[in-house]
Design a protein around this ligand. Structure first.
Ligand code: CP
Length: 310
């Protein structure tokens, strides 16, 4: 059966743990795995801007022995020049896997239905699961390994309805974390995603909390994360974003409520003075560049595992 990674809960808890453990091993021995030797091609498609995702997937695919074929979505116009299903059938005859950054989750689902090779979500409007795999790896590296993830408090501050919030809820709950989302009432997570995260947390021993109280959410946290206040495609003005999310800015005052050894995460790009202050992102608790590097290790482990399963 072809396996895909379209959202965080496409892996079981055991599978997520396996991928994270493999990622930690790969981080220490970058050229040990060659599942794409040939080289086999992986199509890496972008309908939205990127830096980290393009660099980490292309580097990772080369390190796995393969060839990364980067396709500009503006040129390919997937779903415009021809159906997503026909595009999938063409790609599936030639490539070993498809990595796609696009808009609605349904576009990715249609690709996965017709392509016959693993499809990986490189960010959609709803989820950013590769980022959260990298974030979990980063927390594990700084807090005692993959075994230390269950029970860790992860607080996310900011837009509770964006792709990072949704992926923290699903991926964090799957890993047994206590996930706290601090967000204004206007930006509550998608109710279906929240319900799914609550179910995952019940099974894993973790928990899920959504609150408008940023201080309570950060209190005692082992990891504190935030993200841009204005996601790709969002037309909210800077003034509106400040009014809505200003109380959730990650600054020294708020971070002082976290555990003394808490790490600070941001998937980048970051806007200093908006969602996070320069003192925090450039300070001693920030692990954001480990996090950016871990995109590489986590995605290599994921691709290797998906290819093996499929
Ligand atoms: N964090 C992240 O996905 O970065 P890019 O948008 O630069 O790929």
């Amino acid at each position: 059966m072809t396996r895909h990674f379209l959202r965080d809960d496409d892996l079981t808890a055991e599978e997520q743990r396996h991928v994270l453990t493999l990622a930690a091993q790969i981080a220490g021995d970058r050229f040990a795995l060659r599942p794409l030797a040939g080289p086999r091609t992986v199509a890496v498609l972008f309908d939205k801007p990127t830096l980290r995702t393009q660099v980490s997937f292309t580097t990772g695919i080369v390190e796995l022995g393969g060839y990364p074929m980067v396709v500009d979505g503006k040129l390919a116009q997937i779903g415009v020049r021809e159906s997503i299903a026909d595009t999938a059938r063409v790609l599936g005859r030639q490539v070993a896997a498809v990595v796609w950054r696009t808009y609605e989750q349904s576009r990715l689902e249609e690709m996965a239905e017709h392509v016959g090779v693993p499809v990986v979500n490189a960010l959609t409007d709803q989820f950013h699961p590769c980022q959260v795999l990298a974030d979990l790896l980063t927390i594990a590296q700084h807090r005692g390994g993959v075994d230390a993830l269950p029970g860790t408090v992860l607080t996310y501050l900011g837009d509770g309805r964006n792709n990072m919030a949704h992926s923290y809820l699903l991926g964090g709950a799957l890993a047994g974390l206590h996930v706290r989302v601090a967000t204004p009432a206007e930006r509550q997570p998608d109710p279906d995603v929240l319900a799914r995260a609550e179910g995952l947390a019940r099974a894993s021993g973790g928990s899920v909390t959504v609150t408008a109280d940023a201080t309570a959410a950060v209190s005692g946290a082992g990891a504190v994360a935030t993200d841009t206040w204005v996601s790709m495609g969002d037309d909210r003005s800077a003034e509106e974003a400040e009014a809505l999310f200003g109380p959730f800015r990650l600054d020294e005052r708020l971070l002082a409520h976290a555990a003394p050894d808490a790490v600070v995460l941001h998937c980048l790009p970051a806007y200093r003075g908006k969602e996070i202050t320069a003192e925090v992102i450039d300070g001693p608790r920030s692990v954001v560049f480990d996090e950016a590097e871990n995109r590489l290790h986590a995605q290599k482990a994921l691709l290797a595992w998906l290819l093996e399963q499929s």
